[in-house]
Ligand binder design. Structure first.
Ligand code: SF4
Length: 93
């Protein structure tokens, strides 16, 4: 089994292991998640909504975008997250 890695410049900064945003698998795997997106789930039909800070990323997408330097910058999820972060910082002043 391969080890978890610290993110590098080659990988999208929002790609992380599903249990730990600060580490990432450097190869396509279902264990990598995208932290630029959130998912909302309910455990039961009438239960409370639970927000998860990440979503799983398709391994083909990881191969062609998330893990490829020069490609992840064009990802719409990356661009939207960056836009929201900048707006959030500007609104906090
Ligand atoms: S490249 Fe896009 S889908 Fe992949 S981790 Fe980054 S923001 Fe998420």
């Amino acid at each position: 089994m391969r080890e978890l890695d610290r993110p590098t410049e080659n990988q999208c900064p929002f790609l992380g292991c599903f249990r730990d945003k600060a580490t990432v698998y450097s190869y396509p795997t279902r264990l990598n998640h995208c932290y630029a997106q959130e998912s909302v789930k309910r455990r039961f039909k009438i239960g409370p909504r639970v927000v998860h800070p990440s979503v799983p990323v398709d391994t083909d997408r990881q191969k062609t975008k998330c893990l490829v330097s020069g490609k992840w910058e064009a990802c719409p999820y990356y661009q939207n997250k960056m836009k929201r972060d900048v707006q959030g910082r500007a609104g906090g002043r």
